[in-house]
Write a protein that binds this ligand. Structure first.
Ligand code: C5P
Length: 404
């Protein structure tokens, strides 16, 4: 599901379980904050919880009827705990009493909240709330430890004045802290490339003619840098093998600076050995001066010819050795775009190729936008004019699909 990075709860389905603790009054604020973050909230209460906060309050705030019983006593309608568990992206029990924690550990299923917990496939978090001695009791501590071992997230209670008048640990975490923990949970979940390592080549290469002159091209590196940044944001380790650019290194990216096609070849081949994939975005020179003059070439009245030799094709070399690794290429064409790109896809053994056409306005070198077509062996996807960062996002999404 696509979510906004700054609003990780946007559109999330939160099943809010409320149990019978005085802290249930805080569930009203919690529900409001979750709604404000864009979450959908469905409240499930235990019968006792209704004594502490009214169903009317919770139904109004969540904008959904609250659920307590296995079926509606008025009309006999069945409240399916299985479909509730399926609907939810996360089940949050706040407040969670010592009683409910114990029942959860033991697998007791004597109310709708507990049966939902037992059938939920989504992550579950609990925010315990109880008196300090109940919290410190070895049974509660044992239950919390056991729940934690089974993957239940524990939102630690705070210390301070308790409803009983005593002071100590057991006070349910404040609603805003709970919301922060949920946000962190979903933000982390959104890092689908954690544990993966990608090499990205970017920018132009510079092929020296003599100590002063060189052959190069118009590549700014912007597309490759946007890809490196996007992959890193998604949790990947990224090695950016970069020709000379004026761009800052994106956060969390390891940058290896190179000048020539030969240097780029060596750095990229070495980094690819340990990587899970590579995106070949650099504009690599196809020819380089056969010899680099050690002194500045003197001009004369005669014309000058500089013999050039072929460089090594980095992408083709990675394609030859890639095995199961992912390899993405770029093609910048001025004629027979799709046919040439498809040929390159096969020749270099790319998983997919990103075609930019120099004929399109807003596409190609130096600008901040690009219009590309993603081509793989079975399909072509023409994208509209997008920012390079948006194009990078689409490329990263296609990589994610290939990985899964
Ligand atoms: O053959 P062509 O240069 O059009 O292929 C473009 C693709 O191959 C790009 O992904 C580019 O980064 C990569 N390439 C490379 N090494 C070269 C030439 C191109 O990695 N020497």
């Amino acid at each position: 599901m696509a979510t906004n990075a700054s609003r990780p709860l946007e559109g999330r389905h939160i099943l809010l379980g409320i149990t019978g603790s005085i802290a249930a009054y805080k569930a009203a604020m919690l529900c409001r904050l979750l709604k404000r973050e864009g979450a959908e909230v469905q409240v499930v209460m235990t019968a006792l919880a209704k004594q502490f906060i009214t169903p009317l309050t919770m139904a109004t705030l969540s904008r959904r009827p609250i659920l307590v019983e296995f079926f509606d006593p008025e009309n006999g309608q069945w409240n399916s705990h299985v479909s509730l568990g399926e609907w939810a992206d996360l089940m949050l029990i706040a407040p969670a009493t010592a009683n409910t924690l114990a029942k959860m550990t033991a697998g007791v299923a004597d109310n709708l909240l507990l049966t939902t917990y037992l059938s939920a496939r989504c992550p579950v978090m609990v925010a315990p709330a109880m008196d300090l001695d109940m919290y410190a009791h070895y049974t509660t501590q044992r239950n919390l430890k056991e729940l934690k071992e089974h993957g239940v997230g524990i939102i630690e209670p705070g210390s301070g004045e308790l409803a009983s008048g005593l002071e100590g640990k057991g006070r349910m975490a404040e609603p805003d802290e709970i919301v922060e923990q949920l946000k962190a949970h979903f933000a982390e979940k959104k890092k689908p490339l954690t544990g993966k390592h990608f090499v990205v080549t970017a920018g132009p290469t510079i092929e020296p003619i003599d100590p002063v002159r060189f052959i190069s091209n118009h590549s700014s590196g912007k597309m490759g840098y946007a890809i490196a940044e996007t992959l890193a944001d998604k949790g990947a380790r990224v090695t950016l093998v970069s020709g000379r650019t004026a761009l800052p290194t994106p956060a969390g990216v390891e940058r290896v600076d190179v000048l020539t096609a030969e240097e780029m070849y060596r750095a990229t081949v070495a980094a690819f050995e340990e990587a899970d994939g590579a995106v070949m975005c650099a504009a690599v020179a196809d020819y380089t001066p056969a010899e680099v003059a050690t002194e500045k070439l003197k001009k004369s009245d005669a014309d000058l010819q500089i013999p050039l030799k072929r460089t090594r094709d980095i992408a083709a070399e990675l394609g030859r050795t890639k095995g199961q690794k992912i390899l993405v290429g770029f093609a910048m064409e001025t004629q027979n775009e799709a046919a040439n790109a498809t040929q390159k896809l096969t020749k270099k053994n790319f998983d997919f190729i990103v075609l930019n056409s120099l004929r399109e306005a807003g596409a190609g070198f130096r600008g901040d936008t690009n219009r590309v077509t993603l081509i793989d062996s079975t399909s072509q996807e023409e994208l509209p004019l997008l920012t390079k960062r948006e194009v990078a996002e689409r490329i990263a999404q296609k990589i994610e699909q290939l990985l899964h």
